[in-house]
Design a protein around this ligand. Structure first.
Ligand code: HPA
Length: 287
């Protein structure tokens, strides 16, 4: 069993500190992935709160820090709506347990957030995808969770959701349709597909890449799904967009290679299009 789990009071204490610093009551939470942090610069009248200053926020197991992740909540106005953005997320591969990885999502829920927008950098498995594409997440394969690393393992907190939450429609259809509509209007290519979540930090082998393709996955990454699981458990609507920062390598004799720097560089170039889509969805938010 995963211990220690946080109690409702732990999330409440963190929420109290945030409420002390801003009168805003965001209903929309946005998690920014590798290289996508600059999206937070678009938030108006922003209050930034370092993760270090939030009670019970999980401390890095080794004081570490992943390049490209800043480590603060940014709360402010975005397209006329109050939002809370996470500039930098917690990853399982850093050594956090799944309750810690998903702490911010429950904190957002306690703050009143009912819609979660998740973004990430991902490798493209689908052979039609190119580095620099955006992919709307239609569904996921929770390899991490199915292998026993699921943030809902342990005693169920009924105040958030049911013991056995349903995942048939993990990614909200109205939000997906709105994202597609915005992308079409803006002339942005928006791919659609299934995201498979792995632990990392090792990138995949070519044999794994070929296997994930056969399983029906279109993009591969090391985040997002843990947060989506806890968000859906708590009844939040979810929109997910992946930046395809590299094409996954499916041949052990390939001369190409993947690098974290490439992920950050390509991620940064995709930001303007991602901003347009997220802005549009929030501006024309479907009820
Ligand atoms: N694999 C896993 N995670 C990733 C990748 C990848 O190729 N690119 C960006 N995040």
């Amino acid at each position: 069993m995963l211990t220690p789990a946080f109690t409702r009071a732990d999330y409440e204490a963190a929420a109290d500190e945030i409420r002390r610093r801003t009168p805003r009551a965001p209903k929309i939470g946005i998690i920014l992935g590798s290289g996508l942090g600059p999206l937070a610069d678009s938030v108006e009248n922003a209050v930034a709160i370092s993760y270090r200053d939030i009670p019970n926020w999980p401390q890095a197991p080794h004081g570490g820090h992943v390049q490209g992740h800043k480590g603060q909540l940014v709360i402010g106005s975005f397209e006329g709506q109050d939002v809370v953005m996470m500039q930098g997320r917690l990853h399982f591969y850093e050594g956090y347990n799944m309750h810690q990885v998903t702490f911010p999502v429950r904190l957002m829920r306690v703050l009143g957030v009912d819609t979660l927008v998740v973004t990430n950098a991902a490798g493209g498995l689908n052979e039609n995808f190119k580095a620099g594409d955006l992919m709307l997440i239609t569904d996921h394969i929770n390899l991490l969770g199915q292998m026993g690393n699921n943030g809902l393992i342990g005693p169920n907190d009924d105040s958030f959701g049911d013991r056995f939450p349903i995942f048939t429609q993990a990614y909200d259809k109205k939000l997906r349709n709105k994202a597609i509509e915005i992308a079409q209007r803006e002339g942005i290519t928006l791919r659609q597909g299934v995201y498979i979540a792995l632990s990392g930090p090792a990138f995949e082998t070519p044999a794994e890449i070929r296997m994930f393709r056969m399983w029906g996955a279109d993009a591969v990454g090391m985040s997002t799904v843990p947060e989506v699981v806890v968000a859906r458990h708590a009844g939040m609507r979810v929109l997910g967009v992946s930046s395809i920062t590299n094409e996954a390598i499916d041949n052990q004799d390939s001369t190409k290679d993947v690098s974290h720097q490439e992920v950050l560089d390509v991620g940064a170039k995709i930001v303007p299009n991602l901003v347009k889509i997220i802005r549009g969805v929030i501006r024309e938010f479907p009820e």
